[in-house]
Structure formats: C-alpha cells, structure tokens
Write a protein that binds this ligand. Structure first.
Ligand SMILES: [Zn+2]
Length: 428
C-alpha cells in the first residue's frame, strides 16, 4: 500500500531519547558490595548503517492530521467522533474495519490518527509493532471506505556495549548506552552462574552484542542479546544466542553447553546481601549467636522471589519466626528450598502445586522475626542445610552433536564481536 506517503514524517530530533522511557524499571538497582574504582563504562556503536529517523517520505499534499489517544474506559466510537466523524459514520467505519481488524479489542493508550489530504481521508490505527489498520476513502463522490491491515516496517540494528561496574550494574550499563531491558536480559542469561543480588563487585565487567528492533515510528519493540561476556570476581562467563535446528532459541557457552542448570544461582535478581551462610552468627532479632542456615537477601519490600528450580510446593503458610514461608521440593527429590519472611505469596500458590524454575512464588517482606525487609533462603540436601551459593549444578542439554557444525558456523561471527578480554584482577 502506498498510503504511508501521506503520513507526516517523523521529526528527526528528539525521538530517539524517548525510547525505553516507558520501561518501569527505574527503581531497580544492582548494588556492588565493596570498594570503589574509577573506571567508567564505555560504548561504541561500530555499525552506523542504522536507518535515519526520517522513516517516512515527506507529506507533500498533507492538508490536516489529527491524533487521538484512547483513555481507559474509552472506545473506538468516541475516538472516531473526536476525530470529527459523526456517530453513524463511526459505527460504519468500525463494521467496515471488522474484516481487517476488530476494533472491539482495543486498549487504552492506543491512538487513532486521521489524515486528510487533497486526494483522500485516511485513518490509521497501530494494531502492533508489525501491523497497522488503515481505513481509506478517496475524495470522490462515488468512493467507498476501504479497510486493510498493512504490514509495518520493522527496523533493527546491532549494537555493542561494554563497561566496568562501578557501584551498580544498572548505572554502569546505562553509562554504556544499554537500555534497562537489555540489562535485564543480561542478568537473565547469566542467572544460573552469577548471583547478581549478592556477588557483584566493583571492577566486574561486561561486553554485550545485541540487536534492537524498532517499529516505523521509532518505538523499540524488543532487544535481544546475541552474545555476551560477564566477568565476575575474576571468573569469566560467555554466552551466545543460538537458534537450534528445531527452531528453539537459547543461550549456550561458546563450547555449546547450555547456560541453563537445574537451579538458578539466586531466588531474587536485585538486592543487597545482608548475611552470608555461616555456621554461627549473632541473630539480629533474637540477639544471640545461633546457626544461620541460609542466605539473607536484603531487598526492597515487594521484590519478586523466584523458584530457583522446577519442583512442587510442599509448604505455604506461617512458620513461627520465619513468618510467611514457602518450601519447594525439587525434581531431584533430595533437594528442597525454602523462602521466608515473605510479604505475600504469589496469587493462587498452593501446597502440591507444580512450579517451574523462575516462576514468581512470592514477594520480599519482613514477616516473622526480621528487622527489615529481606528474603531468608535455604537450600537443603537430604534435609541438611547446605550453602546454596557454593552448590554446583550440572547444566541442561548441550547443543546436539549432530548440529555442532551448524552451531559453530552461526555463533562464530557473534563471538568474534566480543573483544579478547584477559581477566585482570584490578579490583584486588
Ligand atoms: Zn536469615
């Protein structure tokens, strides 16, 4: 459809910094525990073939353009009326659109745009980042309204960012030019190897090759990491994205081992650790030394708590000093994990219920004996508490031997984008 030619062009200044502004992660920070080091993150964007923000041609014969955004409780009729169509025309337009897209499904926040030009009247409604409903009527006495569902152009660009952590991963990643979505993805990729809530240190570093996808109005649709490296306390981890022959996309080490393991390294993604696993310590509330059989994650009240592995719920409820308490038994029946002091449980969480790794089971609180909001987390093997931070777990299925060559061919160029980065013990 040539109709986009009549849309006004997107003004080039100003749109780019707006990308990602709607992501609600503003309050999330990853803190590092010790020291300070004055190495700033840096960014470079080697591929500048990125399309200019002037995505649409000039509108030469544009006469008038009006946009209206749906409020909550609003509907398509009232939106079209606001654009200057009378009630019966609005009803007619909605029934006309039906074959292409049902305007009953529309949500608050979405917009209708009316464009009047010398040759036609057009109505645009963005169904998604990839699709746009277009209603058009030529300016002639015999013309009829036509409805089509048009493909929108999706733009993508590959980016590279690297940085050294100073105070917080999110701050360093932002300095490196990464949006928060990409930083979250980075945390998720290494979640089986690195306890981001506890183990980050100043001087830890990262490199990320990622692809951003934008719609034709410059709004970011998604960001996927193609290859990444994270160096945590001198341990270097690398991951590469690979689409397997069966179509499944996952992350693997450069050697083709899965990044996934039976257990996540930590049940929360963001926190400041308050107490590590010790056999004896002074209990902050009881005021006497006793064995502390777990790891405490001090985190803001309401921080999501994730099941670290697949399993089922064996206990949900109040348990004395532990407050609101959840226990899971894992697929390896010898292993249980427990989560204490929760503010609340995930909706519908019940004893006997199956849970998948990563599923939110509750939220950090300070119920029971707790001086502040934190998660008390225990890992037990055959009923005996073990230090969850030192337990080693075997990885999931590697890349099939039959597709090793395919894996090498696809991932080698991505891994080559990561710089050779000899581990430096600069923070010691
Ligand atoms: Zn504790």
């Amino acid at each position: 459809m040539p109709s986009f030619g009549r849309l006004p062009r997107i003004p080039s200044p100003g749109w780019f910094p707006l990308i990602g502004a709607g992501i609600g992660f503003a309050a999330i920070m990853l803190f590092v525990s010790t020291g300070s080091q004055d190495v700033d993150a840096n960014v470079s964007i080697p591929q500048e073939e990125w399309v200019s923000p002037t995505l649409l041609p000039e509108a030469e014969e544009l006469i008038n353009s009006t946009t209206t955004t749906l409020k909550s409780g609003d509907n398509a009729i009232s939106a079209l009326v606001r654009l200057g169509f009378d009630h019966s025309t609005s009803h007619f337009l909605i029934s006309k659109a039906n074959a292409a897209y049902k305007l009953k499904n529309i949500r608050a926040g979405q917009s209708f745009k009316r464009v009047d030009s010398s040759s036609s009247t057009d109505i645009y409604y963005n169904v998604s980042g990839e699709k746009r409903l277009h209603l058009q009527k030529e300016n002639s006495s015999t013309a009829q309204w036509q409805a089509t569902l048009d493909e929108r152009t999706v733009y993508s660009r590959e980016r590279f960012a690297s940085g050294t952590i100073k105070d917080s991963l999110f701050a360093s990643a932002e300095t490196a030019g990464m949006d928060q979505r990409t930083t979250m993805n980075l945390v998720d990729i290494f979640a089986w190897d690195i306890d981001f809530a506890r183990d980050l240190r100043n001087g830890d570093s990262f490199q990320v090759v990622y692809e951003e996808r934008y719609d034709d109005e410059g709004k970011m649709l998604e960001s996927s990491i193609l290859a990444a490296e994270f160096t945590n306390q001198g341990n270097q981890f690398r991951a590469v994205r690979y689409e397997q022959a069966n179509g499944k996309i996952d992350y693997f080490t450069p050697e083709g081992k899965s990044m996934r393991k039976a257990y996540l390294k930590a049940p929360v993604k963001f926190s400041r650790i308050s107490s590590t696993f010790k056999t004896k310590r002074k209990h902050p509330v009881l005021g006497y030394t006793r064995a502390h059989r777990g790891v405490d994650y001090a985190a803001p009240s309401g921080t999501p708590i994730h099941a670290i592995g697949d399993g089922f719920v064996t206990f949900v409820g109040w348990k004395n000093g532990y407050g609101n308490f959840v226990e899971l038994r894992h697929n390896n029946r010898n292993h249980t994990t427990s989560y204490a002091h929760m503010r609340s449980y995930a909706k519908g969480l019940k004893r006997g219920m199956k849970v998948r790794q990563g599923k939110i089971i509750g939220y950090v609180g300070m119920t029971g004996l707790a001086t502040g909001p934190h998660l008390h987390f225990e890992f037990r093997s055959r009923g005996r508490a073990v230090n969850p931070l030192t337990v080693k777990h075997p990885p999931a299925q590697p890349v099939a031997t039959t597709e090793r060559q395919r894996f090498q061919a696809q991932t080698a160029p991505l891994l080559a984008s990561l710089k050779e980065n000899p581990v430096q013990l600069a923070w010691d």
